[in-house]
Design a protein around this ligand. Structure first.
Ligand SMILES: [Zn+2]
Length: 386
């Protein structure tokens, strides 16, 4: 027993299962110089799992190390696969909640890409909150405030409150949900929609590179619902999306029927978690051998995806990953250096000429898309998921 209380359900049966030391605090803040990248702040992951609800969280998380600001480059919308998913999700929300003429609030809205999609209906109005908003004109019906949600009064009551990939960053997620509820004007009863990474994917489906410092929490459908239930909100639905990698939740009026995704018991999840340390070691040993084989013939390994997964993977590989070349389709990342390992991100078009003998795909969801791009560049090297 760790002595910690579960961030989601409040239970006291939390067991440690995996420690990863010295990982970059920000996987998604890239650097314009190698020295800066190598000196980027680092923190420790000391992961625990709640035996009651299966919630996973970082017991060593220090909120003082984390500051979100401009320059946070986590925009995923450059991928056609992700963009198509966001469009489909926005359309689904509009259809099911009839958002014409309604007010939608999005917490941690980034540059407003998703808010714009949700508010594409007739007379929909959107208000977004994000300290990393770069400014500009998000759209005539949208207002984005460069601040954290809940700091200043909301104004018009919302009909839908969206939060995508935000709750996993909070050091007190249950309290944050309670604040989300308290921040709406009295009498308003919006639908809350929440999307987070699905911890079942990491625990069950081998997504071991998803453990990053920025994520305090790794939710399953039960632990996510526990945060909302503790705030007095009625969860009507939980479901998996994006090939099981994401988890969605919605609330509704008290007493409405609920349709909740099946989740293994906390004890079953604890068994899965307990095997992860061995799995990380096995994978790292496997890739160390593969990198050595490629290095022996003077080749290099393209590591496709320089987001969280790529940064975590290359940092855990350490000096053994020296022939790894991070690749990304996001032009904002090209030429910049990854935190920790300090490797420079290249564009796909730069790969021919780099003697690439192996292409690693950090996220299997994009494998088909990436294989197509690699072949169109004339590269015949094997394309393999990590
Ligand atoms: Zn719990």
């Amino acid at each position: 027993m760790s002595g910690f209380a579960c961030l989601a359900c409040g239970g006291r049966h939390v067991e440690r299962f995996l420690a990863l030391h010295g990982v970059p605090v920000f996987c998604n803040v890239l650097w314009s110089d190698r020295e800066g990248a190598q000196a980027a702040p680092r923190g420790d992951l000391d992961l625990g799992i709640c035996v009651d609800c299966g919630h996973v969280f970082n017991l060593a998380f220090d909120p003082e190390l984390v500051r979100y600001a401009e320059g946070y480059e986590n925009s995923l919308h450059h991928s056609p696969r992700f963009q198509a998913y966001a469009e489909e999700l926005a359309l689904d929300l509009r259809r099911r909640h009839g958002l014409d003429g309604k007010h939608v609030v999005e917490i941690a809205c980034g540059q407003g890409d998703f808010l714009k999609l949700v508010c594409a209906g007739r007379d929909s109005v959107g208000t977004g909150f994000d300290p990393s908003f770069r400014g500009g004109e998000p759209g005539p019906n949208l207002a984005i405030r460069r601040e954290y949600f809940g700091v200043s009064p909301l104004g018009r009551a919302p009909d839908l409150v969206c939060s995508r990939h935000a709750l996993e960053h909070m050091d007190a997620p249950a309290e944050f949900v309670a604040m989300m509820k308290d921040a709406v004007p009295a009498g308003a009863a919006p639908v809350y929609f929440c999307e987070v990474p699905n911890s079942l994917y990491s625990l069950r489906d081998g997504g071991v590179w998803d453990f990053i410092y920025e994520h305090v929490s790794y939710f399953n459908a039960r632990s996510l619902a526990a945060c909302f239930a503790r705030a007095g909100l009625h969860v009507t639905r939980t479901w998996e999306t994006f090939a099981g990698q994401f988890l969605c939740l919605e609330t509704g009026p008290a007493g409405a029927p609920a349709e909740l995704a099946a989740v293994p018991t906390g004890e079953e999840l604890q068994v899965l978690a307990a095997g992860l340390g061995t799995e990380v070691d096995r994978l790292l040993n496997h890739w160390r051998a593969e990198f050595a084989r490629v290095a022996a013939v003077g080749g290099r390994v393209a590591v496709w995806g320089s987001g969280s997964k790529g940064v975590t993977f290359l940092n855990l590989m350490g000096p053994d990953g020296a022939i790894g070349v991070p690749v990304d389709i996001n032009p904002a990342k090209h030429g910049l250096f990854l935190p920790g390992v300090g490797r420079q991100v290249v564009a796909p078009e730069d790969l021919p000429g780099l003697n690439i003998a192996l292409v690693l795909v950090m996220n299997p969801v994009y494998a088909e898309e990436i294989t197509g791009m690699v072949r169109s560049l004339g590269i015949t090297a094997p394309v393999v998921g990590v």
